[in-house]
Design a protein around this ligand. Structure first.
Ligand SMILES: Cc1cc2nc3c(=O)[nH]c(=O)nc-3n(C[C@H](O)[C@H](O)[C@H](O)COP(=O)(O)OP(=O)(O)OC[C@H]3O[C@@H](n4cnc5c(N)ncnc54)[C@H](O)[C@@H]3O)c2cc1C
Length: 359
């Protein structure tokens, strides 16, 4: 069994940022990440230098200071979301109206090289062998000196175990309560609070189509569109900052239960894009589709229903830690401010690291 000072469950932004902060303080850390990749809800596949942000695309420097500082510290290049030109509005009968474009307020910024750059750059400052991919945590047990964490599948024998004096849970609390066995049992109150805390955007799906030319811009369109008809409900220009390929990216406007037939959905999306932006939109060089509701390391059955409003997030049942300080919550859904956003992932990680040192 491997023993370290701190184990971090989850290699999304919150977990990787916590690992970065702890390694600056010379603590021995291991990040256990269930997927075969880092980033969690941040996902930016690359196609010929184009990074399709299938999770978060934006940060808002005017209101998210930690994100703005981190982008600067890591030497990343931020650029403003392209919004110049007119917008489109598609009615339920499919008719498209050209409407005055409006800039999002506060202004949205993207990161050159895709949002994943934030996480990969942080990893450059984390010692080798800290991050263990394909390590799904299935059980956490309290011990006299902290906690023991098992990796693998509960029904079968876990395939490895780790022990640490502190564990940081850097995954959505709802997912932790639904998929990890805690021994001894967590209180009913804490479990309920974790389950009630919906995972932000977990029920969403995103589509991104790539083109050699930004033909919508040439027609004076910003790329921004809203649709009553769907399948995409909201569309934006998703292009790189300097050169092509160029992209149109959109959120599916239909609930997760109606998204099972991906082939038909894709055809419907491409024909919708052609109706809104003209024929070339039906023939992208390539496209990406990501349905987060079908991702077992993001969404649970409770996350399938679309969220109507942005929840007011806070530490579950008011607790930032439990088991006498052996386990600490990180993850954006536990942030007091900006919960659900990248900014919340950073502040929850900072709080967890501070609590680890307080003991
Ligand atoms: C489509 C979409 C669009 C978004 N747009 C924006 C935006 O524009 N701006 C913004 O600020 N935010 C946006 N968000 C939210 C943003 O993505 C999150 O705030 C942020 O990525 C959360 O980071 P996290 O580390 O807290 O959680 P996650 O990214 O969910 O990381 C949790 C990690 O834990 C891992 N994990 C899960 N279970 C286990 C287990 N049992 N064992 C080990 N590891 C496990 C997961 O694989 C994952 O890597 C968007 C999200 C989505 C899905």
């Amino acid at each position: 069994m491997e023993t370290v000072d701190t184990l971090i469950v989850g290699g999304g932004l919150s977990g990787i940022y916590a690992a970065f902060l702890l390694s600056l303080k010379n603590k021995s850390v291991v990040v256990l990440e269930a997927r075969e990749r880092i980033g969690g809800r941040i996902l930016s596949p690359d196609h010929r230098g184009f990074h399709a942000d299938l999770g978060p695309s934006w940060y808002w420097p005017a209101i998210h200071p930690k994100m703005a500082d981190l982008v600067k510290t890591l030497g990343l290049i931020g650029y403003r979301q392209f919004e110049a030109g007119m917008g489109c509005f598609q009615r339920s009968n499919s008719a498209v109206q050209i409407v005055g474009g409006y800039a999002m307020e506060p202004r949205s910024w993207r990161i050159s090289g895709g949002m994943i750059n934030l996480v990969t750059k942080l990893c450059e400052h984390i010692p080798d062998n800290t991050i263990r991919l394909n390590h799904p945590v299935c059980q956490i047990e309290k011990t006299a000196t902290g906690a023991q964490v098992s990796v693998g599948e509960l029904e079968k024998d876990p395939w490895s175990r780790f022990s640490a004096s502190t564990v940081i849970l850097a995954l959505p609390p709802r997912l932790a309560a639904a998929t990890i066995l805690f021994t001894p049992d967590l209180s009913h109150l804490l479990t309920q609070a974790m389950l009630k805390m919906g995972t932000w955007m977990a029920g969403q799906a995103k589509f991104c189509a790539l083109y050699e030319e930004p033909f919508w811009r040439q027609r004076g369109l910003s790329g921004q569109a809203f649709s009553e008809r769907g399948p995409l409900g909201e569309i934006h220009d998703g292009s790189n900052n300097s050169q092509g390929p160029y992209g149109l990216t959109g959120f599916l406007g239909i609930p997760a239960v109606q998204r099972s037939q991906q082939q038909r959905l894709t055809e419907a999306i491409l024909s919708q894009l052609a109706i809104i932006y003209g024929k070339p939109a039906a023939q992208p060089t390539t496209f990406f589709y990501q349905d987060w509701a079908r991702e077992r390391f993001t969404a649970t059955p409770l996350d399938q229903a679309p969220m109507v409003e942005h929840p007011r997030y806070h530490p579950p049942a008011g607790k930032t830690s439990f088991w006498d300080g052996a386990i600490h919550f990180a993850g954006t859904e536990t942030a007091v401010q900006h919960g659900g956003y990248l900014e919340g992932a950073l502040s929850a990680a900072e709080r967890a690291v501070m609590n680890v040192f307080k003991g």
